[in-house]
Write a protein that binds this ligand. Sequence first.
Ligand SMILES: *Cc1c(COP(=O)(O)O)cnc(C)c1O
Length: 408
Amino acid sequence: MGAPERQAIIDLPAIFHNVATLKAMAAPAKFMAVVKADGYGHGMIPVARTALAAGANWLGTAHVSEALSLRAAGIGAPLMAWLHTPSTDFGAAVAQGIDLGCSGWELDHIAAAAREQEHPARIHLKIDTGLGRNGSTMADWDLLVARAIAYQDDGLLRVVGVFSHLAVADEPHRPETDAQLQCFREAVAIAEDAGADLQVRHIANTPATLSRPDSHFDMVRVGLGIYGLSPFHDQSAAELGLIPAMTLVTRVAMCKDVPAGQGVSYGLHYVTDAPTTLGLIPLGYADGVPRVATGGPVRVNGITYPVVGRIAMDQMVIDLGPTGRDGFSAAEVPGSALGAAAVLFGNGHDGGPLVERWAEAAGTINYEVVTRISGRVPRTYIELTGAAEGSGVSGASDGSSVGMGVSA
Ligand SMILES: *Cc1c(COP(=O)(O)O)cnc(C)c1O
């Protein structure tokens, strides 16, 4: 019994704080909370409810199926989905009042669905302003707009938005963002000249919301930031006023003394050079911890240790000392660390490790680490209290606090 064996603790008051902070930054633009990919691994439904409580005006997902899950949970807020295939259930989207991004080929499918549902669709035309993924090219734009307006005149749909996506907004010094914004303004003007009565023009993601006020237009679409993470290499979440919302924690599963010369984990790539104590951490790549991330941090009893040896499917190992290594201070672990809370990352407020250290160890970005924490790890929630002004505090185990108080 005792603390959960492993959990991703999701701090909903932190998400509330992040949404409120970012929304204030973007005002008067409207705020779309992007909750695709199960809320970047945080749990789509609780995140969506929290974001709406904090003032988000819209919710965004990549897939129609994700948006349908939000509707099925009883969420009635404006919703948009933008990544489709010919297998997408456009009929259900129209029936459920889900706005659809449209880059070109989808237009006829959406119109057909609207005819069948006897209900006009709401679409946001997407222009590729330089990212080179989804979206109409500028060359095809006039025709797409004309065809959409023709369907609109037939009563099958309404063109309510024009949108695009930025390629390098996380590198604010790069000039391509200016070019993308200029292209976007031109595409908007073409749509409006053709008779589109746009409710929302939107292009900003998290980095643009933070660094480019001229990209806000009528709405910003913010994913990463609402989870309390920074999109910038040289600016921390704390510096941006954001609170990381996910804490990944387990308990030390085994603790044992070994002699010098003990190889550790598959391949025996780590060998102890002195008598020491090894701690077994019961999380591995099946839980979404990247296998390549040897050296990633694990905090036990107030000390942060690097993972040694290979990360396996279910487990990884830390070397608890006594000598300390790789710049980490010598362990003063009283008695056995068996059962002690082992935090891989959290909000950093207690000096504990941040997810960016894991991203660095894995050669990736914070987005990927949190999003890939697998379904094997139960999500537990620090709930909003009252008007979300209270503090959420959660003990992982042994009274070590991994939550934190926030005020919205
Ligand atoms: C995922 C996504 C976003 C959110 O991006 P963040 O960098 O996480 O804010 C916004 N717009 C589109 C089209 C997306 O796919």
